[in-house]
Ligand binder design. Structure first.
Ligand code: XMP
Length: 319
């Protein structure tokens, strides 16, 4: 019987044998797969690993700081944090088509990752958190879906860093195994068991044009929603939950004044494979508390709605 400890020992010796004294670069996203890959490779080769974390300004509340705390501070991993919010927001200005937004975000991510990795001149390996289901799926992947650097390859010509050899230590593992070794490697439970988060991040959860004002509102609403789902014991029963920002204003009333503010939609789904999904029957009292908190605590929102659409015909994300 293979325990997480065995899988780690085996992977560590394979990584050491493969890499020798070379240096390795890894694009850290904060998602489960790249995080576990980083922790595992760090366990094997320590400071020979450099991670690049691109903060695109489309992350969840406090996410960038959490990634830095977990890796740089707690695990002692070398992480270069690139604050690229302005570049992403500038590139996205005026663009409201979902697939074009995905392309803009994916392309800029590749450009920035390339700039950073070219600075690490003696690196020989590019590490990725590819897991077994990605290997199988890669032929029939959804258009624009790109959760690792590999799936960005079709964007323009092959960048310099692609001269690097690929290191994919999770390639033979299923998601549960990846999570189990993540916990064994000392990653926080909440990071390892987090719902999936799309590569384009809040960029596809702000409908239409992306603006910083919208991203800030959405981050705060989403954080309240997720905090309440944890507190009421729903989070682990849900496959994916998130808030969506609707750039629509509706009328409300607060105190003795009229308000005219934005709408936030809440989505929660249960699914095995993300190909079909049902909406999660969140109890009324929880909906009610979450709605009051968001409207009271997040300036700019005066209406909250709950999404009761299944996939198909709706998708999980709204874009
Ligand atoms: P949909 O919306 O197609 O989502 O029902 C299915 C799953 O895929 C995720 N998703 C993405 N992940 N880049 C990603 O890395 C994307 O562009 C993207 N679009 C959707 C979605 O969050 C859900 O888990």
């Amino acid at each position: 019987q293979w325990t997480p400890g065995h899988i780690i020992d085996d992977a560590v010796s394979r990584i050491r044998a493969q890499v020798g004294n070379d240096r390795v670069i890894l694009g850290l996203s904060g998602g489960v797969d790249s995080s576990v890959a980083a922790a595992l490779i760090h366990r094997a080769i320590g400071d020979q690993l450099t991670c690049v974390f691109v903060d695109n300004g489309l992350l969840r509340l406090g996410e960038g700081d959490q990634v830095m705390a977990t890796f740089a501070e707690n695990l002692g991993v070398k992480v270069i944090r690139v604050d690229a919010e302005d570049r992403f927001l500038t590139a996205l200005a005026g663009e409201s088509d979902p697939e074009k937004k995905r392309k803009v975000i994916g392309k800029l991510f590749v450009d920035i990752f390339e700039e950073e990795s070219n600075k690490i001149t003696d690196a020989r390996w590019l590490a990725q958190g590819t897991i077994y289901p990605d290997v199988i799926e890669s032929a029939g992947a959804k258009t624009g879906k790109a959760h690792n650097i590999k799936s960005h390859h079709n964007v323009g010509g092959l960048p310099d860093y692609m001269k690097l050899k690929l290191l994919e230590p999770l390639r033979e593992l299923f998601k549960d195994e990846v999570r189990a070794i993540g916990e064994e490697l000392g990653l926080p439970h909440q990071m390892v068991w987090r719902h999936p988060f799309p590569g384009p991040g809040l960029g596809v959860r702000i409908l239409g044009e992306v603006k910083k004002e919208y991203a800030d509102i959405l981050r705060r609403a989403d954080a309240i929603y997720i905090e309440e789902l944890y507190a009421a014991g729903h989070y682990d029963k849900i496959s994916q939950a998130f808030a969506v920002f609707l750039p629509v204003k509706s009328v409300g009333v607060m105190g003795d004044g009229r308000t005219y503010e934005y709408v936030v939609a809440l989505r929660a789904v249960e699914t095995k494979d993300f190909m079909t999904a049902g909406w999660y029957p969140l109890p009324y009292e929880d909906m009610s508390r979450i709605s009051s908190r968001i409207i009271n605590e997040v300036k700019g929102v005066n209406r909250v709605v709950y999404d009761i659409s299944s996939k198909p015909p709706a998708t999980i994300e709204w874009e």
